[in-house]
Write a protein that binds this ligand. Structure first.
Ligand SMILES: *[C@@H]1O[C@H](CO)[C@@H](O)[C@H](O)[C@H]1NC(C)=O
Ligand SMILES: *[C@@H]1O[C@H](CO)[C@@H](O)[C@H](O)[C@H]1NC(C)=O
Ligand SMILES: *[C@@H]1O[C@H](CO)[C@@H](O)[C@H](O)[C@H]1NC(C)=O
Ligand SMILES: *[C@@H]1O[C@H](CO)[C@@H](O)[C@H](O)[C@H]1NC(C)=O
Ligand SMILES: *[C@@H]1O[C@H](CO)[C@@H](O)[C@H](O)[C@H]1NC(C)=O
Length: 275
């Protein structure tokens, strides 16, 4: 009896030792849920080990879509750029100042809209491995909306256009009283830099003053307004020019005052949308 008890005790003791040892080398990898950064700025993506542990001898791999082609890799106490995504060439830096305490954030220089997305921090020691995920959101506040009017026949269309947004913006038309105007069309597309360009049109507006507001999902917005020539006035004006020359003369004078002011309004909104 006593000898069987003894033979059971030894393996159990060894197992307990092994278990305790495995606990001592286990770690949890953590980051923050999300980080946002202005387009073109430098960003820090946190990555830490708990409990506090020296990660100098571990492999640290930051990747987004594919494990093999990484954003940054640290291995054998060195940074390894051999299979780095070309998108991140010369733009990543693993901060190792506190690596012995299990703190090693990744710095990405000059973020682009394309850098937005999910990042995985994968850490592996000889005994254990773990992973944390952080969402990077790159924010670009776009250009002042450009409002333009197009008349053809009796058809009046007002366009509003704004570029260089990230994330995807939405557009809102409002009248004198701030009531929403339903647009005829709206179109959003991404340019070569992955930034959003939005264009919308209102047909036959019945308001004399129109406002176009473009906002991104993150509470950043740009707004522009424009006074419109009233449709009724236009029709009377066209009629008068044809029928009564004296009225026409005064109207031309009015236009001389009115039009430059309107052109100025458009001039202020001139942006650098390339498309
Ligand atoms: C990265 O830096 C190296 C050396 O300064 C340079 O030769 C290379 O063109 C750079 N690559 C990019 C994508 O900027
Ligand atoms: C390292 O830790 C110290 C003390 O907490 C802190 O002041 C410093 O900014 C850290 N360095 C990096 C690169 O995170
Ligand atoms: C007015 O112009 C808009 C934009 O070009 C067009 O979509 C619409 O069909 C036109 N409406 C009429 C009544 O011609
Ligand atoms: C956006 O701004 C408005 C007014 O400034 C505020 O009430 C709202 O809470 C903000 N929303 C977010 C998501 O920050
Ligand atoms: C603004 O709209 C006017 C009229 O369509 C156009 O001539 C001008 O080029 C636009 N500016 C930009 C920056 O899109």
């Amino acid at each position: 009896m006593a000898s069987t008890m003894h033979s059971i005790k030894i393996p159990f003791f060894i197992l307990l030792l092994l278990y305790e040892r495995s606990l001592s080398v286990r770690f949890k990898v953590s980051s923050t849920p999300s980080v946002s950064a202005a387009l073109g700025s430098d960003v820090l993506l946190p990555c830490t080990l708990t409990p506090e542990m020296n990660a100098e001898m571990m492999e640290i791999r930051w990747f987004n879509y594919r494990f093999q082609i990484y954003v940054h890799r640290y291995h054998n106490k060195k940074d390894d750029y051999t299979a780095q995504m070309p998108q991140f060439a010369n733009r990543t830096e693993l901060l190792k100042e506190n690596i012995t305490r299990g703190i090693f954030p990744l710095k990405i220089h000059k973020v682009t809209a394309q850098d937005s997305g999910e990042y995985h921090c994968f850490v592996e020691s000889s005994e254990h491995h773990g992973k944390a995920i952080v969402q990077l959101l790159v924010i670009a506040v776009g250009s002042l909306p450009n409002i333009s009017s197009v008349y053809s026949e009796n058809n009046h269309t007002v366009y509003c256009e704004s570029c260089d947004w990230h994330p995807k913006p939405y557009l809102l038309w409002t009248d004198n009283e701030g009531n929403k105007i339903i647009p005829l069309m709206e179109h959003t597309f991404r340019d070569e830099n992955n930034l959003y360009h939005i264009i919308s049109a209102v047909n036959q507006p019945t308001t004399s003053y129109i406002t176009c507001t473009v906002s991104s999902s993150l509470n950043h917005s740009k707004q522009n307004s424009r006074r419109l020539i009233d449709e009724g006035q236009r029709n009377t004006a066209t009629h008068c020019i044809l029928t009564c020359p004296s009225v026409a003369v005064s109207l031309i004078c009015l236009c001389c005052i009115y039009l430059p002011a309107m052109n100025l309004g458009v001039g202020i909104t001139k942006q650098h949308c390339n498309s």
